[in-house]
Design a protein around this ligand. Structure first.
Ligand SMILES: Cc1cc2nc3c(=O)[nH]c(=O)nc-3n(C[C@H](O)[C@H](O)[C@H](O)COP(=O)(O)OP(=O)(O)OC[C@H]3O[C@@H](n4cnc5c(N)ncnc54)[C@H](O)[C@@H]3O)c2cc1C
Length: 452
């Protein structure tokens, strides 16, 4: 049974944890469910990176904070992602942001993206988090001449216009420096990787140590506005809260709350992990060092070698949740891997899983508070509801940063530059929401032909 945010009524606590490599190599701590009525100042709904980070920020500010998650730790993207730490979120390049708004906005956004990586690394150090952090470059690879030219131009623009360290690579550079053959060029950016589920466990530990009350296997079924604050019901308890932070991202149920309903498009991404590569396979593929890769095919594929020598390979998943584990979906992704690494033909696929990423209509995430007054602060006595979501598949660092920003915004701290577009307006509502999947199916069919 797979959770499908556009069809299922909500995340049930009975759904099994994903059969991911991350779950196979790390046992998450069990956190008890909510079995009573409680009161809290701030209620965070959703216990992935966004929610846990918001809880950490609120607890660090000595606020009374409670967090509910519908399932076990890491049920959402936190237990399913590739673990690539990238400086960025959403799907717009800095040049596109500059074109749409201004150079100042693009620089402001880059500041937030870099701030997200810094926050993640600072917390890893401050809380002594054991998350298998590995630094290594992030390479974007071009599979035709045109893409190679575009990548080279964008690398030069990133460095000169936005001060982002980025180095264009020729196909010869790629072969001599990284042992990569068969691509037309690329770009080297800064990168790092970690074990995403261990990160979720460590965030939960930090939040608990700071005094946040965490409850898992406790889906918020209903959010009711009361005279003063909100009443949130779970199967065996309820929470009266003054403020609510919605951190359910792509796992947000179909009809949950007006502020988030139809505001994002959950799209599946799938990953498989191979058996460990032998020395010959490593030498033939160039997969010998901790490098993260993304290629520039229309349907982007991402991959990295794991610390135990396996290859993690990811890309788009099935359109519908019920098809997530179909043999054809697995084969399609496997074939894409063989196209990049013919030497791996026949290698076993030891793990396969999928997860939902939250795609916003304008390709930008939002951190937004509904009942906020204008200016840089919230009414201290107002009952506010806010959310952070829409990271478009890029949230290992940014989701936690967005959770921090959401908490800061709810508390009315002045650290958030509210002039940036991600804080200025709510997520846009999808028109013709029922046609979203049809359009996605059409796009995938077209890409299949274009990529032949
Ligand atoms: C296959 C895949 C690969 C990815 N790879 C990368 C990568 O390499 N690098 C990168 O930067 N990003 C990656 N991402 C994206 C990244 O994982 C996400 O952006 C990020 O984890 C989002 O964090 P979150 O806390 O907002 O959401 P989630 O971790 O999904 O948490 C949402 C939580 O809300 C809970 N919830 C839902 N409904 C309710 C309810 N009613 N009551 C209570 N709780 C509820 C869910 O149980 C879930 O735990 C990937 C995503 C996927 C799916």
């Amino acid at each position: 049974m797979t959770y499908d945010p556009l069809i299922s009524r909500g995340v049930s606590s009975m759904l099994p944890a994903p059969k991911s490599y991350w779950h196979a190599t790390h046992k998450v701590p069990s956190v008890p469910p909510l079995n009573k009525k409680i009161n809290t100042e701030y209620l965070v709904i959703g216990g992935g990176y966004t929610g846990l980070s918001a809880a950490i920020t609120l607890a660090q500010a000595k606020q009374d904070v409670t967090l509910l998650d519908a399932n076990s730790l890491g049920f959402g993207c936190a237990g399913r992602n590739g673990g690539f730490i990238l400086s960025g979120s959403g799907r717009l390049s800095l040049s596109a942001i500059e074109e749409k708004w201004s150079h100042k906005v693009a620089m402001g956004m880059q500041g937030e993206f870099d701030g997200a990586v810094d926050l993640l690394k600072k917390r890893i150090t401050d809380f002594n988090m054991q998350v298998d952090l590995v630094d290594g470059p992030y390479l974007k690879l071009a599979h035709n001449v045109k893409q190679a030219e575009q990548l080279c131009a964008s690398a030069n623009r990133l460095a000169s216009n936005f001060n982002v360290p980025s180095t264009p690579l020729s196909s010869k550079d790629l072969t001599t420096r990284f042992g990569i053959k068969g691509v037309y060029g690329g770009v080297e950016l800064e990168g790092a990787c970690l074990h995403p589920l261990k990160l979720a466990s460590e965030y939960a530990r930090a939040a608990k140590e700071l005094g946040a009350a965490l409850f898992y296997d406790s889906p918020a079924i209903c959010i009711e506005k009361q005279k003063s604050g909100f009443l949130v019901t779970t199967p065996n308890g309820s929470v009266s809260a003054k403020h609510i932070l919605v951190a359910t991202n792509a796992y947000t149920p179909k009809r949950f709350h007006d502020s988030v309903d139809n505001k994002q498009f959950p799209v599946q991404s799938s990953i498989f992990v191979t058996a460990p590569l032998n020395d010959e396979q490593r030498a033939l593929t160039g997969l010998t060092t901790p490098v993260s890769f993304m290629d520039t095919r229309m349907m982007k594929y991402y991959y990295r070698v794991l610390p135990d020598g396996r290859l993690l390979f990811g890309g788009r998943g099935a359109v519908k949740g019920k098809d997530a584990n179909n043999a054809t979906e697995k084969q399609r992704l496997y074939n894409a891997m063989i196209k990049s690494f013919p030497a791996l033909k026949g290698i076993a696929m030891d793990y396969f899983w999928s997860g939902w990423v939250s795609v916003s209509l304008d390709s930008m995430p939002r951190i937004f508070v509904e009942s906020e007054t204008s200016g840089n602060s919230v009414k201290r006595d107002a009952n506010s509801i806010g959310y952070a979501m829409g990271y478009c598949g890029s949230g290992v660092s940014f989701a936690a940063f967005a959770g921090q920003r959401l908490a800061q915004r709810m508390m009315g701290t002045s650290e958030v530059d509210l002039s940036l577009p991600i804080y200025q307006s709510p997520l846009k509502t999808y028109p013709f929401s029922k046609a979203r999947r049809l359009a996605l199916h059409g796009l995938y069919q077209w890409a299949k032909i274009a990529e032949r």
